[in-house]
Design a binder for this molecule. Structure first.
Ligand SMILES: *Cc1c(COP(=O)(O)O)cnc(C)c1O
Length: 347
């Protein structure tokens, strides 16, 4: 087992997860003071999609390191302001697949619900950072319309709760979704895509675990972890509890320049995930969203890294390298022979 950095705060009463969310840092000067770093020149304070990072995540960052891989995921860099050709506000053309408010139906057997626009953390590479949640948040009435839509299509057997982050909802609102969807006979699996257990582990409270345990559908949770430093003992404990509640735990990662674009980091991430009972699911090539071009890597480099993972990892710890191409009915596997031909021929 790996050693985890500990991050319990001694002599302080525990703060509710709601309070931790409300107390997220949104001032860059405050963040840099906490990290004992001088304010860098390359940052800005955006009004739309501002800095947002909870203290529990800041505690996993290395003090005094301006290139900390967790810090770089949340730091609004002036590079965001550049208009770069090929990077758009709706890179996945999701607006074309919006049959009813709050629902995305792009793939045959599964639909995605944007349950909330809110997240606990603002990841600067987020592909939905320009998404119009205001126009897409389903009300109570629209929840029933979504349920009707799903029930009317017998090919649908899985529902994804996404957002925003569905665990940003309180347990009452989340259980309303889970109860409604559990009532649909064609649904086998409810999948929750979330970063909350990573950035505010206390979100996984007993009430949530009970809600999951009492659900008679299969529940899959896809975490979103990009770097091994995000995995500490608090997260490990919550993963254990989630597994005890019968949940399948998977992880997806986005390949990010200067954050996880080396073979050693990607391999360590897979090993750490396995330590805490999570299997790597997807390794995503960055979606070309406006404001995130500074995180992008040439596809050839992505493929080179992937060959390195294949060489160093057990097969079940190698995530699928995929790319979201607009209007495709699946996430497209990257053709590693096309881009990695030299490498594979030379080996
Ligand atoms: C990613 C995604 C899914 C889930 O795809 P999987 O390949 O099953 O993980 C479903 N719907 C939408 C709109 C998606 O973007």
């Amino acid at each position: 087992m790996h050693q985890f950095p500990s991050f319990t705060t001694e002599n302080q009463p525990p703060m509710s997860w709601q309070k931790q969310l409300a107390n997220a840092v949104n001032d860059i000067a405050e963040l840099y003071a906490l990290l004992e770093l001088p304010l860098p020149k390359n940052c800005h304070q955006p009004k739309k999609f501002p800095l947002k990072v909870p203290h529990a995540f800041i505690k996993k960052m290395q003090k005094g390191n301006p290139k900390d891989p967790l810090l770089l995921q949340v730091l609004p860099d002036v590079a965001e302001l550049m208009m770069v050709a090929g990077y758009s506000s709706d890179p996945l053309a999701e607006n074309n697949h919006n049959p009813t408010k709050g629902l995305l139906h792009k793939y045959k057997n599964r639909v995605l619900i944007t349950t909330t626009g809110a997240c606990a953390v603002h990841c600067r590479y987020c592909f939905r950072q320009h998404f119009d949640y205001g126009a897409n948040l389903p009300s109570q009435q629209e929840m029933l319309e979504i349920a009707n839509y799903i029930q009317a299509d017998s090919q649908i057997n899985e529902v994804l709760l996404s957002g925003g982050d569905p665990l940003n909802l309180n347990n009452r609102r989340l259980s309303a979704w889970i109860e409604t969807l559990s009532g649909l006979s064609n649904i086998n699996t409810i999948r929750i895509h979330t970063r909350l257990p990573v950035v505010v582990p206390d979100r996984v409270d007993d009430e949530l675990l009970q809600l999951f345990e009492s659900c008679h559908k299969k529940i899959v949770m896809v975490l979103h972890i990009n770097h091994p430093n995000e995995i500490d003992q608090a997260l490990a404990d919550k993963c254990t509890a989630l597994k005890q509640a019968g949940i399948t735990l998977l992880n997806q990662t986005v390949l990010l320049k200067n954050i996880n674009d080396d073979i050693a980091t990607l391999c360590h991430l897979s090993w750490r995930l396995f330590d805490v009972g999570v299997l790597p699911y997807y390794l995503h090539v960055l979606d070309k969203v406006a404001g995130a071009s500074h995180f992008d890597l040439p596809i050839e480099r992505a493929v080179e890294l992937y060959w390195g993972m294949l060489e160093n990892l057990s097969g079940y710890l190698v995530p699928k390298l995929v790319q979201e191409l607009p209007n495709k009915p699946y996430k497209t596997p990257v053709d590693i022979y096309q881009y990695g031909l030299l490498k594979s021929v030379n080996d």
